[in-house]
Design a protein around this ligand. Structure first.
Ligand SMILES: CC(C)(COP(=O)(O)OP(=O)(O)OC[C@H]1O[C@@H](n2cnc3c(N)ncnc32)[C@H](O)[C@@H]1OP(=O)(O)O)[C@@H](O)C(=O)NCCC(=O)NCCS
Length: 241
């Protein structure tokens, strides 16, 4: 059955969401968004945020938490997650689409989201599908609290999404002109199998992204995937911000 997506409502939902955060990211209790905060974020008045869950036959298998901001018309995407067994079936995409629609209805026009610069799946979803532009690179954005970080410094892209822009046409990635920055095709597998190599990717790409995004006036606008000879290579596409 297709999971249904709806706003979180009630203590059981809040507790399930906090538990799911721990399951998806390996966050400890101190770093997960607590049930009491999730309750506040779902208030109808004042509107402080947006909390969505994806439920498969009553079990919460995905979540999306958006925070309001002091800048009018601006929101911040705090968490988007889907349990491993439910990934790559379009649920992440559906959660984003539902969040966009709900935020638009609340008068939000711009969303900022941070995401792992070496995670090809997220780059595809956020840049290619949703049309975001990563405009800055922030080293050590979060402390290494979650198990999933496995010793990797937690650098993040800061990406901007214009909710009133027309839906993105797929960028002509095959013809994308340099600069292209290669990232791992599967960061999670690399971290699990060869953490030293994952760390080397971080340390090698960090100064490149910092130079292009923070100093060079470029933005990350897409992910280009090249497949052949049984291997996939992924490249972040950059263009003038
Ligand atoms: C990011 C996340 C929410 C996506 O959820 P999902 O349900 O798998 O997303 P979808 O199935 O809608 O879309 C996945 C897309 O990535 C693509 N994809 C999967 N693996 C990929 C890879 N290694 N490289 C490039 N693209 C990849 C899929 O083909 C699909 O794109 P398509 O619909 O155009 O074919 C989920 O992977 C997750 O919870 N990850 C861990 C937490 C996280 O990183 N959250 C985001 C930042 S906070």
């Amino acid at each position: 059955m297709t999971p249904i997506i709806r706003p979180l409502a009630g203590q059981d939902d809040f507790a399930a969401c906090a538990a799911l955060e721990q399951e998806i990211w390996g966050l400890d209790e101190l770093n997960a968004v607590s049930p009491i905060t999730l309750h506040a974020l779902g208030l109808r008045r004042p509107r402080l945020g947006l909390t969505l869950g994806a439920f498969d036959q009553g079990r919460m298998v995905g979540l999306c938490v958006m925070l309001g901001s002091l800048e009018p018309g601006v929101a911040y995407g705090h968490m988007l997650g889907v349990l491993p067994g439910w990934r790559d079936q379009g649920l992440g995409r559906r959660l984003i689409e539902r969040a966009q629609a709900d935020l638009r209805a609340m008068g939000v026009g711009v969303v900022y989201i941070t995401f792992e610069p070496l995670e090809a799946r997220n780059a595809h979803l956020y840049l290619n599908v949703w049309g975001g532009r990563a405009v800055a690179y922030d080293r050590d954005h979060f402390p290494q609290t979650a198990k999933m970080h496995q010793g990797l410094p937690v650098d993040r892209f800061i990406a901007r999404f214009d909710l009133n822009a027309p839906p993105p046409v797929a960028p002509p990635l095959a013809d994308a002109a340099p600069p292209l920055v290669e990232i791992p095709a599967d960061l999670q597998a690399l971290k699990a199998g060869d953490p030293a190599a994952a760390l080397a990717w971080r340390m090698n790409t960090r100064p490149v992204f910092e130079r292009y995004l923070n100093d060079g006036g470029l933005a990350a606008v897409g992910l280009r995937v090249e497949a052949g000879d049984g291997r996939r290579r992924c490249f972040i596409v950059l263009e003038r911000a």
